[in-house]
Design a protein around this ligand. Structure first.
Ligand code: NAP
Length: 253
């Protein structure tokens, strides 16, 4: 099954992971195709204990990620990443943008921020007019923040009472036309996506450096699993730049 780097993603999702080993009620699982991609150091860190963005991969990996972005309808990050990195999440390659437009799609994929309290800065790069921005909040987000975000052009989606309810949020995004989503991090969001059984595929660039630090974000943070650890199926190993890209299918987890 060709799932990576292409426009075609086949959903293999079954049920939320947490439903299999916890007493949580089953939630409807959207059929959106979800690929998780991140770059980590050889010791599994996404950035340093200062939570500053670190260049972990090189030009070929940036190009690989740009290719995935060009194939999907949306690119998602958590509010922790927005606050730390002020990312724009648009395409680097203008030819890919042109090709998307030619096929009737928006030039850039939509940006999605998972942000319970509406802390996304309205003047941040993620809210510029380069692409549609969805800020997914919970009912705990104060109205004045939501108004400021709407005034900046963002689409606000409410899902969840305290924290963002990811399955519900993904359902709403799918209704809004996001059929495929690239989740770029950080570690809190990636853990939740996996915990909820929402990911179809994981690709991770492992760079040849050590970052260290017990408080540095890792690929999957959150509460962590203590049993019934999600098992991944290794699909591909590829040497890229000075590291490797590991591609996993999450069909069996
Ligand atoms: P994050 O995953 O970007 O965002 C986490 C935040 O999202 C949570 O603290 C929470 O804040 C909000 N959230 C709302 N609902 C959630 C849910 N259901 N599940 C999970 N999160 C939810 O933050 P992070 O883990 O701190 O990661 C940020 C770091 O990762 C930065 O240092 C950044 O540079 C790095 N990063 C690295 C890469 C890479 O590829 N190397 C990629 C991305 C980011 P609220 O409660 O306030 O809503």
């Amino acid at each position: 099954m060709e799932k990576s780097h292409g426009a075609t993603y086949e959903s293999t999702r079954t049920e939320p992971y947490s439903d299999r080993n916890a007493d949580t009620a089953a939630k409807p699982s959207p059929s959106m195709d979800v690929v998780v991609n991140a770059a980590m150091s050889a010791d599994g860190k996404l950035s340093s204990c200062r939570r500053e963005q670190i260049t972990i991969s090189g030009p070929d990996d940036f190009d690989r990620v740009d290719r995935i972005r060009a194939a999907v309808d949306g690119v998602a990050v958590g509010i922790g990443t927005v606050v730390a990195d002020d990312p724009r999440l648009t395409l680097d390659d203008s030819e890919r943008r042109r090709q998307r437009r030619e096929s009737g799609r928006p030039g850039d994929p939509a940006r999605v921020v998972v942000d319970s309290r509406g802390r996304t800065p309205p003047d941040g790069r993620i809210c510029d007019d380069a692409a549609t921005t969805y800020v997914v909040v919970s009912t705990a987000a104060p109205n004045d923040r939501l108004e400021a975000l709407r005034a900046a052009g963002a689409e606000v989606i409410v899902a969840g009472d305290d924290r963002v309810d990811l399955p519900a949020a993904f359902d709403r995004l799918e209704t809004a036309g996001i059929d495929s989503l690239l989740v770029e991090g950080g570690g809190e969001l990636i853990f939740s996506v996996i915990e909820n059984g929402l990911a179809d595929e994981l690709t991770v660039f492992v760079g040849s450096l050590i970052i260290g630090g017990r408080d540095a974000p890792t690929l999957a943070d959150g509460e962590g699993f203590v049993e019934d650890f999600p098992r991944l199926s290794l699909d591909d190993v590829q040497q890229v730049d000075d590291g490797v890209v590991l591609s996993y299918d999450l069909e069996e987890y």
